[in-house]
Design a binder for this molecule. Structure first.
Ligand SMILES: Cc1cc2nc3c(=O)[nH]c(=O)nc-3n(C[C@H](O)[C@H](O)[C@H](O)COP(=O)(O)OP(=O)(O)OC[C@H]3O[C@@H](n4cnc5c(N)ncnc54)[C@H](O)[C@@H]3O)c2cc1C
Ligand code: SF4
Length: 544
């Protein structure tokens, strides 16, 4: 193995999303205030900050107000105040207006491109002296001999498909730190290894997830209502599948349209991608999009487990912040403000810890977090998502009771099951016939991946690893009709056969992967391991 170079920092942050950047900014603010130098470096696997950020997004500015109260003067890209909320229940041809639940009132919030907000946060961080390295994927956690986290190593470049070095070969870099902050977002790949090694989930419920698919449209100006926020439930999903849609009218005639499906869905014939495509053809939705143009597509998993799924947050030498720990508020469909606040709280605890030099683990971070509004907010809504086990109507009734009568203080907590255990056998479930895409409102996967600007160096080891190569056919195809062909929003997994229709095998088109992490979550036997590809690979979202 070639010798890797190393660099030493006080703090290394893995991931330049809202949580990682907020943490980096807060540490540097404290360092400046207290004249105590702290070196901070942020690694980002996207080709630039924001390239892998996909969100709705309606931003609740609470954490931002605390972090950078003068964000307006600093020209933060929060240009569209939310003006009006609509909450619709859809049947095949009709839309019924429902009262907007209190958590979904967006007065005081802003419709943003979270990718652009992150680009702006990165500028603020750099102006405070944070070093940010986009295009560098943290591929491995490093440990001291006593078991403390020592830092991370970026992946080697130029390891060909067959595992041998190509002429592009460059060994990875080691980044050593007193504390490493993991801010990888939902289902972080290094976080997954840390959860196992330090048994961080021992006292928590399993994390649960949804897949969010999103398109950005430039609509006919006559259809554009800047500041309008629309959410729908119901059609095309059946009442036993959790999910719904969003339409956010941003600036410049843009509308973000998206669809979320809970990954605890049971019918292996279901395709979140196709549900999204047919959703757009509903009469209440199509009028907004008709005559417009789709400019971007992408997908990303989101953490839905909430309060009862928060793992242990610290371990010797490091800690978890943001969605990789799982601070998303599901009834609000918002995780940015909580991700930022967790990063800021961790930063304050880390800064004091570095100054005091007290032991390897920042045990004060979870205590401090419990005293913030994040904890209270997540605690109050903890039973809403798991109540969907009673179907859409049971959950709506329970949520009304929990919110209005019990005010989130029910003397019980509903629990979660891991999503990958929820699929039924294909033979027990009705097949779903999806309409063919029309190329105007609805599209196929490949033309969609095209507008996600996804790109990976072709000659590299696949970043989608199968623990047992026989499972896709022996188990997944035999029992579940190969569900990875449908849940992957980028057409990465394909069952191919010989000309005579025999010898089925799984073909993995890894270069199409948009890094949503759904396969790592939903594969029924957890046989798929998503690891980072070469840094800079993946989608290049301009403003998602
Ligand atoms: C479809 C959808 C709609 C949403 N709508 C809203 C909304 O309207 N309002 C709201 O507040 N929230 C919304 N959310 C949630 C919100 O986007 C997240 O809660 C928030 O982005 C979490 O921030 P984070 O910093 O924890 O992670 P992320 O934003 O996911 O950022 C993580 C960053 O780390 C990088 N990274 C990951 N692993 C590595 C690695 N090993 N090495 C280097 N870099 C790495 C990633 O590339 C990424 O840039 C939505 C989410 C989705 C998917
Ligand atoms: S391969 Fe996995 S992570 Fe990549 S797009 Fe498909 S489901 Fe998402």
């Amino acid at each position: 193995m070639a010798e890797r170079e190393s660099m030493q920092y006080d703090v290394v942050v893995v991931g330049a999303g809202p949580s990682g950047l907020s943490a980096a900014i807060r540490i540097k603010q404290l360092a400046a205030e207290q004249a105590h130098e702290v070196s901070v470096c942020v690694l980002e696997k996207g080709s630039e900050v924001g390239a892998h950020i996909l969100s709705g997004a309606v931003l609740e500015p609470r954490a931002l107000n605390e972090l950078l109260p003068d964000w307006q003067a600093r020209n933060a890209p929060l240009n569209t105040p939310a003006q009006q909320d609509r909450f619709l229940y859809l049947t095949r041809n009709r839309a019924w207006s429902l009262p907007t639940p209190p958590q979904m009132h967006n007065g005081g919030n802003y419709i943003v491109s979270l990718g652009n907000v992150c680009r702006w946060l990165a500028q603020q961080a750099e102006s405070l002296g944070v070093e940010i390295y986009p295009g560098f994927a943290a591929a491995e956690v490093l440990f001291h001999t006593d078991g403390r986290v020592k830092g991370v190593a970026t992946g080697d470049l130029g390891i060909g498909r067959d595992g041998t070095r190509t002429d592009r070969y460059q060994p990875g870099m080691e980044l050593h730190a007193t504390q490493t902050l993991f801010a990888e977002g939902c289902r972080g790949s290094l976080t997954k290894t840390l959860v196992e090694r330090f048994r961080l989930r021992e006292a928590a419920d399993p994390q649960t997830y949804g897949i969010g698919l999103k398109e950005l449209w430039e609509v006919d100006p006559s259809q554009h209502r800047p500041g309008l926020v629309v959410h729908t439930i119901g059609w095309p999903l059946s009442a036993d599948t959790y999910g719904g849609s969003f339409l956010y009218h941003l600036e410049n005639n843009q509308v973000a349209v998206g669809f979320v499906v809970g990954l605890d869905y049971r019918n292996p014939h279901l395709s979140p991608f196709e549900e999204f495509q047919r959703f757009k053809t509903h009469p209440a939705i199509r009028t907004t999009l008709e005559g417009g143009r789709r400019t971007c597509y992408g997908a990303r998993a989101l953490s839905e487990g909430g309060w009862q799924s928060i793992p242990r947050l610290t371990f010797p030498g490091g800690l978890l912040i943001g969605d990789t720990a799982g601070f998303l508020n599901v009834p609000k469909i918002k995780g940015t403000h909580t991700a930022m606040k967790s990063g800021m709280t961790a930063a304050e605890a880390v800064f004091d810890h570095l100054r005091a030099g007290t032991g390897p683990e920042v045990t004060d971070y979870p205590h401090r977090l419990r005293r913030t509004w994040v904890w209270d907010e997540l605690y109050r809504v903890r039973n809403i998502r798991p109540s969907f086990r009673w179907g859409l109507f049971g959950a709506l009734a329970y949520s009304a009771l929990d919110t209005y009568l019990l005010r989130g203080k029910a003397p019980w907590t509903l629990h979660h099951h891991p999503d990958h255990t929820q699929l039924k056998r294909a033979s027990e479930c009705p097949p779903i016939a999806y309409p063919k895409p029309d190329g105007k409102l609805s599209f196929d996967r490949l033309s969609s991946v095209f507008v996600s600007n996804t790109n990976h160096e072709e000659d590299q080891l696949s970043h989608l690893r199968l623990k047992d190569p026989s499972v896709p056919v022996r188990v997944n195809l035999a029992l579940y009709d190969a569900p990875e062909q449908r849940y992957c929003p980028a057409g990465v997994y394909e069952i191919v056969r010989d000309a005579d229709g025999r010898s089925p095998r799984l073909q993995i088109n890894a270069q199409n992967c948009v890094h949503c992490k759904t396969c790592d979550i939903k594969d029924p036997t957890q046989n798929i391991d998503w690891v980072v590809p070469e840094g800079g690979g993946g989608p290049n979202y301009p403003n998602m």
